[in-house]
Design a protein around this ligand. Structure first.
Ligand SMILES: Cc1cc2nc3c(=O)[nH]c(=O)nc-3n(C[C@H](O)[C@H](O)[C@H](O)COP(=O)(O)OP(=O)(O)OC[C@H]3O[C@@H](n4cnc5c(N)ncnc54)[C@H](O)[C@@H]3O)c2cc1C
Ligand code: FES
Ligand code: FES
Length: 477
């Protein structure tokens, strides 16, 4: 069995014998590779101090994305390039444009946050030729926290770095080609743990069926924290990361299908094409680093009541495809969630894809996420609404809510209150009332039950105001 994971770092091939499949990239960098430039702040994907850049080869193209090294496991690097802050320049006088701009703009702050900021900007630098707009810069840096100095000079560096002479960057494409996974990776450790990374869907199906107790691993933005925060020992991980079929996005005349391994970042342009509200929603999931790793399949698969994809996918009428062995089955996404963290997934089964029908012209759709912060925050309430109005009457209504119950769910009473009614304030008021029968939300550190219900009701009202153009003053208090 292959015990070695191969990736490129510093232009060199690294062959690392895996003795701990959940060793984080950050711990390996600092503890083994002696590259301490990458820092640990929170160890949970929140602060960005550990930001590194991972290069993924597709055909002849090497795409650089910023990720949080603290919640990535080392075997996930197999076949990739890892770029850390140490790789950017070979001397103090030969700085990379990102570093040069940081110096010129006096943007270099403490040693904790600066390497992470530099690496987020390095990924941005490789994704574009010219300076992007301010919102793009803000989004790039939203996953990098400084709690003491400020962002203004860093934003200035992000703008000016593109004007500096470009270094002659030779991506190690030829070297990477030699280490692209050709067959399944299986790592076992002396203490009996195991890490599998099959390369085909059939191989994945075989493994998951053979080892139903194994944990599926996608982007590790949830599972990483089980290790770093809960100190859980995960005896067997089956990674979906090398299965090309799960990375596919297929559009037909009626729907778009996302493989379960598609990241938020990869899905975003396709979701944005469906409705602008989906851009607003998905751009607010975590940070750039989280969206570069986290997948749709992981968001659905973790069964959380506050996964942000679910309300929108429920309202849109999305369908899941699940597979066990050779058998596939489909189900409406709302049927997947049975009770708190309990899903309809059977032992040996996994999510293959999620199919999202297009919105027909004239259909009303909207989605909102309510959280304490704009970026990098978990929802208190997340909601999505889709109404079809024919000849003045609501003929179909799908309302998806997160944060209101132990599972993401449809608001069926509120939907019933709308169906067959004219799309008027009166009908919306009845639906707002019905939400109290649909949900008995919990109070927790994010929000009280009262707050959640009030917000959910007001979101429905806001949706009505947005779609109809009725002014707030016209509806009374
Ligand atoms: C800092 C931070 C911010 C975050 N912000 C948000 C946010 O704003 N909104 C939000 O919704 N989430 C957020 N998350 C949570 C997380 O990013 C998402 O839930 C993400 O979609 C998980 O995907 P993943 O690929 O990383 O899954 P993983 O961590 O790899 O896996 C998560 C779960 O899904 C299961 N799973 C994975 N793939 C499959 C499959 N194909 N079939 C069946 N089960 C599968 C795994 O077994 C596991 O139980 C945040 C996380 C962090 C660390
Ligand atoms: S150490 Fe904070 S995001 Fe990784
Ligand atoms: S955290 Fe580095 S300067 Fe504030």
């Amino acid at each position: 069995m292959e015990q070695t994971v191969r990736f490129v770092m510093g232009g060199q091939l690294q062959s690392v014998v895996i003795t701990d499949p959940t060793l984080t990239v950050l711990d390996w960098l600092r503890g083994t590779a002696r590259r301490p430039g990458t820092k640990e702040g929170c160890a949970e994907g929140d602060c960005g101090a550990c930001t590194v850049v991972v290069g993924t080869l597709t055909g002849e193209t090497l795409a650089y994305k910023a990720v949080n090294a603290c919640i990535q496991f080392l075997p996930m690097l197999d076949g990739k390039e890892l770029v850390t802050v140490e790789d950017l320049s070979d001397s103090e006088t030969n700085l990379h444009p990102v570093q040069e701009a940081m110096v010129q703009e006096h943007a270099s702050q403490c040693g904790f946050c600066t390497p992470g900021f530099v690496m987020s900007l390095y990924a941005l630098y490789h994704q574009r030729e010219t300076a992007p707009s301010r919102p793009v810069i803000d989004a790039t840096l939203a996953g990098n926290l400084c709690r003491c100095t400020g962002y203004r000079p860093i934003i200035a560096a992000a703008e000016t770095m593109f004007a500096l002479p470009r270094p002659d960057h030779q991506p190690p494409i030829a070297l990477l080609k030699t280490i692209q996974p050709q067959g399944d990776l299986t790592v076992t450790t002396p203490d009996g743990r195991r890490f599998d990374a099959p390369v085909t869907l059939d191989g994945l199906a075989d493994l998951v069926e053979t080892f139903p107790e194994a944990e599926l691993l996608a982007g590790a933005t949830d599972i990483g924290l089980w290790v770093t925060k809960q100190h859980r020992v995960l005896p067997h991980l089956i990674s979906v990361g090398a299965v090309a079929e799960l990375k596919q996005i297929e559009a037909t005349d009626t729907a778009v299908t996302f493989g379960a391994g598609v990241t938020f970042d990869e899905a975003l342009p396709h979701l944005s094409a469906l409705h602008p509200d989906l851009t607003r929603l998905f751009e607010r999931i975590g940070s750039t680093q989280i969206r570069n790793s986290g997948t749709l399949g992981g968001n659905i698969g973790n069964g959380s009541p506050i996964g942000d994809s679910m309300p929108a996918l429920i309202a849109l009428g999305a369908t899941l495809t699940l597979r066990k062995g050779a058998a596939e089955r489909q189900m409406p996404i709302e049927d997947y969630f049975l009770a708190y963290r309990k899903t309809a997934r059977q032992p040996g089964e996994f999510i293959v894809s999620v199919t999202v029908p297009y919105l027909k012209p004239g259909v009303y759709f909207g989605t909102d996420k309510i959280s304490k912060r704009q970026d990098q925050d978990i929802s208190a309430v997340c909601a999505a609404y889709r109404l079809t109005v024919t000849d003045g009457l609501v003929t179909s209504a799908r309302l998806g809510f997160g944060g209101m119950a132990g599972v993401p769910a449809r608001a069926r009473q509120a939907e019933a209150a709308l169906r067959g009614q004219p799309f008027t304030l009166e009908a919306i008021r009845a639906a707002m009332e019905a939400l109290g029968r649909d949900f008995t939300p919990l109070s927790d550190m994010r929000a009280s039950a009262d707050y959640r219900l009030t917000v959910a009701r007001n979101l429905l009202l806001r949706f009505y105001l947005r779609e109809t153009g009725v002014q707030v003053g016209e509806v009374g208090e």
